[in-house]
Ligand binder design. Structure first.
Ligand code: NCD
Length: 473
């Protein structure tokens, strides 16, 4: 396999075979961690951490030192020219001329994508806002694999803040493509974002079982449960026999419980943080006495706050310090591969990506990503980053931002092809009307409001205001 020169921005950048091959090299690095000093000799890694970090930054830097390379770093945007108004793209170009590889953590979603687009050297996403954290996922998967030998068919429960936790977003897609069954156990109000669910269903072909409130109420032991995602790789009896209770299924045992802290720094409103101490469930000895957790791996990306009791630290099921320690060999293997200092054989090619090549949304009529934390919104004043979208569905009409991957359903559509010269045909229609599906991707224009459409000189068509049945057309 040759990963030389590639970047890791989202977990989709690695196929299943490539993940397996990386893990083979992690094994090698772990056994002889002190004997790798010549692997990246003479290479320089830029470590750019514009959000707090202990484990990720230090394990990346330790990894590069253990490979015999050197590290240059910036840990605060205030101490860089970003504070003077420099664009991320300019910074990426410059840092790419100083270093052979860049590791970046940034609060804006999609920032690592921009750095990868402009740096000219491999870029590793060490966490971009609430979007993704693919190297944490690699070490999480590596831990599950080491402890359980396989990942396919396992039942993994994700617990806590599934809305803002970037580690869980990367992990969800990785588990899905590796054929695990995922159980979502969010703290109420912190459910997995709808665009993540939509991508899971559309691109990983899975099925989703939503748990009825009545079923939840009957659950003992206090674990919240929102939905079960069943992967297609290992057809699950729930998928085939929908009447079987999810609770019964849970009682058969969970292979891993992945706990996350509330990501307070990303809360959109003060409301989200209210009463968190009582709302956020704590994983402790009492909960783990439940039969379903008898042989469960207790995982956490760390840092923990109050959601994971210290009394579990000596419990043999607890994996979190092992996970953190494995960060060094995992990152050593990845850096060595991206720098072309090592090569490994890929066992298979399956699972490389979902293979869906969605049409790009091409009109440049001022459409903005609705996610305020997206890099394309934050840097919209700087002309480098043009908002960029893919049309991922026509029913309902859905666009996805190329940077932060948020999906959204615009309200109105129009065609840029309105019979040249005949302005009376310059009309906009409801995105739910059959017109939306007749517009060719290259001509599609979308608007989030009627005001936006009218400001661009479009008039409402008969299909703009008339309510339509969901399934028309
Ligand atoms: C995570 C992160 O930064 O997203 N930490 C880590 O990298 N180990 C999880 C967190 O901060 O909660």
């Amino acid at each position: 396999m040759n990963l030389t020169g590639r970047s890791l921005v989202t977990i989709d950048d690695l196929s299943n075979g490539e993940i397996a091959a990386v893990f083979a090299l992690v094994d090698e690095m772990s056994y002889s961690i002190k004997e790798q000093l010549t692997v990246c000799r003479g290479k320089v890694m830029a470590s750019l951490f514009f959000e707090p970090s202990t484990r990720t930054r230090l394990s990346f830097e330790a990894a590069m030192h253990r490979l015999g390379g050197s590290v240059i770093s910036a840990v605060d945007t205030k101490a860089t020219s970003l504070a003077k108004g420099e664009s991320i793209a300019d910074m990426a170009r410059v840092v790419g001329s100083y270093a052979d590889i860049i590791v970046i953590r940034h609060p804006w979603e999609g920032a690592a994508r921009v750095v990868a687009d402009y740096a000219g050297v491999p870029v590793i996403n060490a966490g971009d806002g609430g979007h993704q954290h693919p190297t944490q996922t690699l070490l999480d998967l590596y831990t599950i694999k080491k402890e359980r030998k396989v990942i396919k068919g396992l039942k993994i429960a994700l617990w806590g803040d599934l809305k803002y936790g970037r580690t869980v977003h990367s992990l969800i897609f990785a588990l899905a493509k590796l054929g695990a069954n995922i159980i979502f156990c969010p703290t109420p109000g912190f459910e997995v974002p709808e665009h993540v669910i939509q991508k899971l269903i559309a691109e990983y072909g899975g099925e989703l079982e939503r748990l009825e409130a009545s079923e939840q109420a009957g659950k003992e032991g206090g674990s919240p449960l929102d939905a079960i995602y069943i992967t297609p790789g290992s057809p699950h009896q729930l998928a085939m026999m929908p009447n079987i209770s999810i609770q019964v299924e849970l009682k058969r045992g969970v292979d891993a419980l992945y706990i996350t802290r509330p990501q307070k720094e990303r809360f959109a409103t003060g409301e989200e943080g209210k009463g968190l101490k009582t709302r956020y469930p704590v994983v402790d000895k009492k909960l783990l006495k439940e039969k379903e957790f008898e042989k469960t791996l207790i995982m956490h990306p760390l840092p923990r706050v109050d959601e994971l009791a210290c009394e579990l630290d000596t419990d043999p099921r607890s994996m979190y310090f092992k996970q953190a320690a494995r960060g060094v060999p995992v990152r050593m293997a990845l850096i060595a591969l991206l720098l072309g200092a090592k090569e490994v054989t890929v066992p298979d090619k399956e699972g490389s990506s979902t293979g869906i090549d969605y049409p790009a949304y091409r009109q440049d009529l001022g459409l903005k990503c609705p996610n305020p934390r997206c890099v394309s919104v934050q840097e919209s004043e700087i002309k480098y980053i043009k908002p960029s979208f893919k049309r991922v569905s026509t029913k309902p009409m859905t666009l996805r931002c190329t940077y932060c991957e948020h999906g959204f359903e615009p309200k109105y559509v129009a065609s840029s092809h309105w019979h040249e010269g005949m302005l009376e045909y310059k009309k906009y229609h409801s995105a739910e009307s059959h017109w939306a599906r007749t517009i060719r991707p290259e001509n599609l224009i979308v608007f989030n409001s009627a005001g936006e459409a009218e400001a661009r000189g479009f008039k409402p068509s008969h299909y703009a205001t008339v309510p339509h049945k969901k399934n028309d057309g």
